[in-house]
Design a protein around this ligand. Structure first.
Ligand SMILES: [Zn+2]
Length: 300
């Protein structure tokens, strides 16, 4: 069954300038569990949600949107990939908090004059490759029922624009072997991070009552058996874009009465070879619930 992607909602392709400045209206309720305060011990205002993680340049902010418990869960999931495959790219692109980081090094194996030597190279100068995952379309879009399985896919390799230049001095000496940063990040961590980005973006654009979410259990980790039903992507790697990331909301005809809401995400989209992910966040609400065109939803 082919999928008819209809763009009945306005697509929001965001450039760097727009991303830096976009602060949405406060939600006043945890967008994951519904709590109205930070914690029972500290009944203060809810925390602000960075839709794209700060460590990936996120400038879309949804104020008063996460409680302490849910923030701890979503942050821990995000850190798996931010400290793993994306780490070197983040250092080189100076993304994330401006705290002074201790210098870090990665080994590069260089074959020189018939000998093999290990060189320790600072992350700033490392010819980094980002090894990440490519996914097929979320299974819900082909109309099938959810099945228990692990989210799996192919491998995508991203290279920063400076890759060739940083690699050349070593390559001139002979062959090189890379050692990826040590990481415990899995496809489930990536899928849950994408689910969080997509859900919070849909809440920002549509309001918390603007749709029925499919993703809360996945985001909070209480049930991830059907991750590949809702989270996936396309194996067509889009061309390099000069934006730091891209996110857009679209609707797709569903087998039911209401169309599915799909958020398409590209992280580090200015890094060559980074894939596009698709997350089916939920079903669009009825028309009186649907507040996408309400300009009052966004604070300028
Ligand atoms: Zn919560």
């Amino acid at each position: 069954m082919s999928v008819n992607v209809e763009d009945r909602t306005s697509e929001v392709m965001l450039g760097k300038a727009a991303l830096r400045a976009k602060i949405y209206a406060p939600v006043g309720r945890c967008i994951y569990c519904g709590s109205t305060e930070w914690s029972a011990q500290q009944p203060r205002k809810l925390g602000d949600e960075h839709i794209i993680p700060e460590g990936l340049g996120g400038g879309l902010v949804l104020p008063e949107a996460s409680c302490q418990t849910c923030e701890a869960v979503t942050s821990a999931v995000e850190l798996e990939w931010l400290r793993g495959a994306y780490h070197t790219a983040r250092v080189q692109k100076e993304l994330g908090k401006k705290k002074k980081r201790p210098p870090r090094f990665l080994p590069l194996q260089v074959h020189r004059d018939g000998k093999t030597v290990w060189e320790s190279i600072s992350l700033e100068k490392y010819p980094a490759m980002i090894v990440t995952l490519l996914f097929d379309e979320p299974e819900i879009l082909s109309g099938c029922i959810p099945v228990d399985k692990v989210l799996s896919g192919g491998v995508a390799v991203g290279t920063l624009p400076t890759f060739g230049q940083l690699l050349k001095p070593y390559l001139d000496q002979g062959a090189v072997t890379f050692v990826p940063p040590r990481s415990s990040a899995t496809s489930v961590h990536l899928g849950r991070m994408l689910a969080k980005i997509a859900h919070s973006y849909a809440v920002a654009e549509l309001g918390i009552t603007g749709f029925t979410s499919f993703l809360i259990d996945i985001i909070l980790g209480t049930d991830t058996r059907h991750l590949s039903h809702y989270v996936g992507g396309t194996r067509d790697v889009p061309p390099l874009s000069d934006k730091g990331y891209e996110i857009k909301l679209t609707t797709v005809e569903s087998v039911g009465l209401l169309p599915y809401l799909v958020v398409k995400i590209r992280l580090l989209s200015d890094v060559n070879g980074m894939p596009e992910y698709w997350v089916v966040v939920g079903e669009r609400g009825s028309d009186e619930q649907f507040r996408h065109d309400d300009p009052g939803n966004v604070q300028k």
